[in-house]
Write a protein that binds this ligand. Structure first.
Ligand code: ATP
Length: 601
């Protein structure tokens, strides 16, 4: 396949914001691609050479890419740089300048897709003190054989700006359309959720159809998308929903990790965050303890890593464990911030996939799978848990959890249907936090989709952000507030750098917005935001039409809490359904309190 064929498809995708149209474009294209090439096509469509959880070193600085463009186009460096200052996108610079070059050169080998994968691999693996020069030359070589559109995408891929608008949901729709049926779409989604590898799923379905996809299982080393919890407003509501009986566990305030453990000569331990980042180097002590204490050879488990006070053993809030997320001085950090893992689930053990087994079975297997620490240093333990069958027990357990410095409780269904639902949020797990008992309902995790330039003291930096929640049914982000408070000077100064790689020239196709910011961003950064309440909004688009026709919902008096949720992907941020639930919760609470106000009159 020639690379131009893929680049043209990307170009058509980028030109539409209709998910249906994107699905058709992708499905038609997938059918014409060799199954052996499809895997790489899928990775490249999001600017990668590997699945998402594999660390990628492709990132080339804009300056280096501009040098490559100058060498291929024959333009002076100044001309190239000037155009870059105007457009801000090396992809666009390449597209404009390489056109002219192509008119002058009649002899160029058309660039093949295979050559692009090889070229990008060379860029990724270039090492040594002249590595920058090597990267630049590999890119120039590929652009030499490219037309303008191909050059645009090559530059976007190497600078981490590849966004053609088709998200995972659309790609799965297209795979079902091309190689299976609509009814078989859930099998594709499950395979993706338990491997986090869309390339693998695509190649499998293209080669072996849906039967082959059904055989895909969890594998040690490939992270599984995490199961998430719903929330309810009170303990009695939870007991009702669980039909009177369920398990309660402490909800620890730490960092969730999914540990993949494999013993033997090719053994390893990998700790993944809920957004699939490799956290192993942040918790070397936990990784060692898990490896030492596992019974058997292989396992995938989940737990919460929590910092504690060495003198008292008291658990410390989340902020403390984030000190482990540094690149240097880890040995000291391990000593300064002792951490313990509280395990709560087991997904795989010695050749057996437990994800489709009920919670009770997974939990008992988990408790059988680890030895006590030999050195008496207790780094590995289980979440405190009890079977609860009435409201008094529920309240007592919740009070104990709070007294033990936890955030609240997680209720877990004991029914046979309580499988590990990878990648989805549902009522098999229900969380209840201390915050819910206070006036402020909860905090919201929202994705940054736009920014407004500051004025006065904030001139020269972003003064406010446009924040959005996610609607998994449509795969779109809808705006929920304009956020301008809670920022300190250091955060405001860091914001442009943090957001730069997500900049988009136009409104990203995954964003629904009425409000127009000065700068658009593809959702990438998630911030925690508190609010006084939620109201019907004529301008915000999340949950549009759900409560009132022609209106969405918006957060009132939003404030940044200071917490960047870098453990969450944008798709894991607060959902439209949760916003509606919060709105209803607040409405019924308000009517409850006005009733009791009336009572007291
Ligand atoms: P939060 O903002 O507190 O992370 P959330 O809305 O993102 O909440 P979920 O991610 O659905 O909620 O679930 C709660 C999180 O609580 C889990 O991701 C996990 O990190 C943590 N947790 C703490 N204790 C437990 C436990 N016993 N079982 C499951 N998850 C737990």
């Amino acid at each position: 396949m020639q690379f131009s064929k893929l680049a043209d498809m990307f170009d058509r995708l980028e030109a539409t914001s209709s998910r249906l149209e994107m699905t058709d474009i992708l499905a038609e294209f997938f059918k014409t691609v060799e199954p052996s090439e499809l895997r790489q096509v899928i990775y490249l469509s999001v600017g990668r050479l590997h699945p998402e959880f594999y660390p990628q070193e492709l990132g080339m600085a804009d300056k280096l890419v501009l040098k490559a463009i100058a060498s291929v186009s024959g333009r002076t460096q100044k001309e190239v740089d000037d155009l870059w200052i105007k457009t801000g996108d090396p992809g666009e610079v390449a597209e404009q300048l390489i056109t002219k070059k192509k008119q002058m050169t009649l002899f160029s080998e058309p660039l093949s897709f295979k050559a692009v994968v090889e070229g990008l691999t060379l860029i990724e693996t270039a090492t040594g003190k002249d590595s920058q020069d090597k990267k630049m030359k590999h890119l120039a070589r590929m652009m030499h054989d490219s037309g303008p559109i191909e050059s645009r995408y090559l530059c976007r891929i190497v600078t981490g700006r590849m966004r053609v608008g088709a998200g995972a949901m659309t790609i799965m729709d297209a795979l079902a359309l091309a190689f299976a049926t609509k009814e078989q779409r859930p099998d594709i989604e499950r395979a993706f959720n338990i491997t986090c590898d869309m390339g693998l799923v695509a190649e499998t379905v293209a080669k072996g159809g849906i039967d082959a996809v059904k055989k895909i299982g969890v594998t040690v080393g490939s992270p599984v998308k995490v199961m998430l919890a719903e929330r309810l407003r009170s303990l009695p509501d939870i007991m009702d929903r669980m039909e009177g009986k369920c398990a309660f566990e402490y909800k620890y305030d730490g960092m969730r990790v999914q540990a993949h453990i494999k013993k033997g000569p090719n053994g390893f331990v990998k700790l993944y965050s809920r957004r699939l980042e490799d956290l192993t180097s942040n918790f070397p002590d936990i990784a060692d303890a898990l490896m030492r204490q596992l019974k058997g050879d292989e396992a995938i488990i989940e737990g919460e890593c929590v910092a504690f006070e060495p003198e008292t053993g008291n658990l410390l809030p989340f902020q403390n464990v984030t000190h482990r997320r540094k690149k240097h001085g880890m040995e000291q950090a391990v000593e300064d911030v002792p951490v313990r893992i509280f395990m709560f689930d087991l997904l795989y053990h010695d050749g057996k996939d437990y994800t489709l087994m009920p919670y009770s079975m997974r939990r008992s297997k988990l408790e059988m799978s680890f030895n006590e620490a030999k050195d008496g240093v207790d780094k590995v333990g289980y979440t405190t848990r009890a079977i609860i069958s009435d409201e008094d027990q529920a309240q007592t357990f919740f009070d104990q959890a709070i007294a033990s410095k936890c955030e609240g409780i997680m209720a877990k269904s004991l029914e046979d249907i309580s499988i590990y639902r990878a990648g989805s949020r549902g009522f098999l797990w229900i969380q209840y936090k201390k915050d819910y008992t206070q006036a402020l309902v909860d905090t919201f995790d929202l994705a940054v989709v736009g920014a407004f330039y500051g004025m006065g003291k904030r001139a020269g930096v972003y003064g406010a952000l446009l924040m959005a929640a996610y609607d998994p049914d449509t795969g779109k982000f809808g705006t929920a507030c304009k956020l301008g408070t809670g920022f300190d000077d250091a955060f405001l100064a860091a914001l442009p750098g943090m957001l730069d790689q997500y900049k988009s020239e136009k409104k990203p196709s995954s964003v629904n917005a009425e409000m127009v910011p000065d700068v658009w961003f593809v959702p990438g950064i998630v911030l925690e935001v508190s609010a006084a309440d939620i109201s019907i909004s004529p301008i915000h688009t999340i949950s549009y039409g759900a409560i009132k026709e022609d209106a969405g919902l918006g957060l009132r008096f939003p404030r940044f809490t200071g917490r960047v949720r870098d453990d969450k992907t944008p798709e894991q941020c607060t959902t439209s359904a949760e916003i509606i639930e919060f709105y209803n919760l607040q409405e019924s609470r308000d009517s409850d309190s006005s009733e009791s106000d009336n009572d007291s009159e």
